[in-house]
Write a protein that binds this ligand. Structure first.
Ligand code: NAD
Length: 331
């Protein structure tokens, strides 16, 4: 099939070309994002392939439909950037890659927790400057900590399993508790109880209208003083301005973000020679107890191979008129 692949970097092209030897689709790579301004370039492509920060709103979908696109193939798990209702109205199918490597994201989450706790980011710089003082690098044992996991799907459950190995107590909150996870690893509690008890809170639920700004002023008030907050899910789960207040008051003692509300203006690009205009983001970077990675949690060799393979298989299913297990039907 003729596929317009938007928002690609050299590494995407390399993994897709390699996997496509098996599928034989006609892939045309664009480096820019799909949005209402660029959507006309998809004209006569029956399939568009997009990533987390492409903007597939109603306007984009209208233009895609005019250009005879019939399938939006997301090469990611989350689909909060697609107006599914509009896609359905215009008869455009939407498929995704529900699980490419939950281990990649879960392991990055743990890396962020350990880095923050043991101040590895600061120690790295100090030692390189010949400063071997330990002042200000005091950590705490993860063993014995209570960790609250919000969203116990594929990624959240792996985070819980790994942390059980560290000797942490796992509290969990999910709209649909997982029985096996509850039996082996975690105690499901209300969101309020999780906020009240957890030393570390890790977000693993999707961004939906219900979870938008789940971490707001009210939620922070309910948390323990000195809490560590990790978000490797979606930026919109956190009200960033409120988090800055929480950091200033030291209620939040540690914050790690792999995702950020306004990340589409920043992430995945080299802006090292530019002046960043986002003052909120720049304020976050001034805190010594904040670590930000640029939507990197998924970025392992294993995950990129799975992403390319599943995306191309989804497109083949569509081409052959087969029902695709990764189609997003219910929303
Ligand atoms: P999943 O669908 O397996 O699990 C999501 C869980 O969240 C489900 O158990 C669901 O019941 C729960 N949930 C839904 N609404 C909720 C709510 N209102 N409150 C509490 N729980 C709720 O998804 P996953 O594969 O574990 O991925 C989780 C999220 O991680 C994705 O939605 C995506 O946004 C994010 N993600 C980030 C990266 C990255 O590179 N940073 C990569 C992949 C996924």
């Amino acid at each position: 099939m003729k596929v317009a692949v938007f928002n690609t970097k050299a590494y995407d092209q390399s993994f897709f070309n390699s996997s496509n030897e098996k599928y034989g689709h006609n892939l045309q790579f664009f480096e820019f994002a799909l949005n209402p301004q660029s959507a006309t370039l998809a004209s006569d492509f029956p399939v568009v392939c997009v990533f987390v920060n492409d903007l597939i709103n109603r306007k984009t979908i209208e233009i895609l439909a005019q250009g005879k696109t019939r399938l939006i193939a997301l090469r990611c798990a989350g689909f909060n950037n697609v107006n599914l209702k509009a896609a359905q109205e215009f008869g455009i199918g939407v498929v995704r890659v529900p699980a490419y490597s939950p281990y990649a994201v879960a392991e990055h989450t743990i890396a962020l927790m350990l880095t923050l706790n043991r101040q590895i980011h600061r120690a790295y710089n100090r030692v390189r400057e010949g400063n071997f003082s330990l002042n200000g690098l005091l950590g705490f044992d993860l063993h014995g900590c209570t960790v609250g996991i919000i969203g116990t799907g594929k990624i959240g459950r792996i985070v819980g399993q790994i942390l059980t190995g560290f000797g942490c107590k796992i509290l969990a909150y999910d709209l649909y508790p997982d029985q096996e996870f509850a039996q082996k690893y975690a105690q499901y509690v209300s969101l309020d109880e999780l906020f009240a008890q957890a030393n570390i809170i890790s977000l693993h639920c999707p961004l939906t209208p219900e979870t938008y700004h789940l971490i707001n002023q009210e939620a922070i008030t309910k948390m323990k003083s000195g809490v560590m907050l990790i978000n490797t899910s979606r930026g919109g789960l956190i009200d960033t301005e409120t988090i800055i207040d929480g950091l200033k008051s030291q209620k939040i003692a540690y914050l790690a973000l792999d995702v950020y509300e306004q990340e589409e203006n920043l992430f995945f690009e080299d802006l090292s020679n530019e002046v960043i205009q986002d003052d909120t983001f720049q304020r976050l970077l001034t805190f010594p107890n904040v670590i930000i990675t640029g939507h990197q949690a998924f970025f392992t060799k294993n995950a990129l191979e799975n992403i390319a393979d599943t995306t191309l298989a989804n497109i083949t299913d569509f081409e052959q008129g087969k029902s695709c297990p990764n189609e997003i039907k219910h929303f």
